[in-house]
Design a protein around this ligand. Structure first.
Ligand SMILES: O=C(O)C(=O)C[C@]1(C(=O)O)C=C[C@@H](O)C=C1
Length: 287
């Protein structure tokens, strides 16, 4: 009986597959070890009575590091997805955690939320953005995802955050999504959003700050943009405005980190009647 000679292609394929099997086993062992370490992180946070399991700034730093060290042919989108899934799962395992997503007229926030928090995170559609703010305020959900606002909304979510009762940490914007582009989102329906939570805000190294200021109704968008440019020299944009009583509120995003306890950057400007710090978050990558 003659033994058929293995065809060379098959030999090559078997050898490569054996290498993939070995790499997969090593990667899985590392993943198991990583989850053991994040369990220890969770225990430590619990023993320190930390309210913050989710650390959006740490996650942004870690993702930036990945992208900056990256080489080879694995697409960056895939790399980011894998680590978002890992971090989302380790976060969801640290204690009660849930994400509530706003229903927006302008598009769909579900995919950017799922991309960011991964498949393990319990996630639900809540309702219009003000309802999401209410759910975060009440502690019904840990994080709320709301859309990039439009001008002239009747009850803008950004007028409902940044102020807390009795020294409690107020609901603030703590992340802007997507952090790394939304290649995985369905069609063009995905819109940008903000993640709202009651967290201690930490800088990530490249941050933005969201603030609301009130002026009289006579102040124009150009006027407020010029003032913001002067008082926030790292750069700033007016994202939306809303009329309220006899005044006009402006939503401004600045290209810098401002601690929540820092004085208003507009303190010397008499045109500004009120200032509210609405949160800081990692700047979207490459934006
Ligand atoms: O560094 C932490 O505080 C962790 O809980 C670990 C970890 C991670 O898996 O890397 C998980 C969740 C946090 O949002 C940030 C990072």
């Amino acid at each position: 009986m003659t033994v058929p000679m293995p065809i060379p292609e098959q030999t090559g394929l078997d050898a490569l597959r054996a290498e993939i099997d070995s790499l997969d086993r090593q990667m899985q062992e590392l993943l198991i070890r990583r989850f053991e370490v994040t369990r220890e992180v969770a225990n430590l946070k619990q023993s320190q009575r930390s309210q913050n399991n989710w650390r959006p700034s740490r996650q942004a730093q870690l993702l930036r590091g990945l992208v900056e060290r990256h080489r080879g042919t694995c697409p960056q989108t895939a790399l980011i997805r894998i680590w978002q899934e890992i971090m989302g799962a380790s976060l969801a395992l640290q204690g009660p955690f849930s994400v509530g997503v706003a229903i927006a007229d302008t598009g769909d926030l579900w995919d950017i939320a799922r991309d960011h928090f991964g498949n393990v995170a319990p996630m639900g559609l809540i309702g219009p953005a003000p309802q999401v703010v209410g759910a975060v305020t009440e502690g019904d959900i840990a994080v709320g995802i709301v859309p990039l606002p439009n001008d002239g909304e009747e009850m803008p979510w950004w007028r409902l955050i940044g102020v807390g009762n009795d020294g409690e940490t107020p609901v603030r914007a703590v992340a802007r999504l997507p952090l790394f582009g939304a290649e995985g989102a369905r069609g063009n329906a995905a819109i940008d959003g903000f993640a709202l939570a009651r967290l201690t805000i930490e800088p990530s190294g490249q941050d933005r700050c969201l603030m609301a200021v009130e002026t009289s109704q006579e102040v124009s968008r150009g006027g407020i943009a010029a003032l913001a440019g002067k008082m926030l020299p790292a750069g700033a944009r007016v994202l939306a405005s809303a009329i309220e009583n006899d005044g006009r509120w402006w939503l401004i995003e600045a290209d810098q980190f401002l601690p929540v306890e820092s004085p208003s950057p507009f303190a010397t400007e008499s045109q500004i009647r009120h200032y509210v710090h609405l949160g800081c978050y990692a700047a979207p990558y490459g934006a």
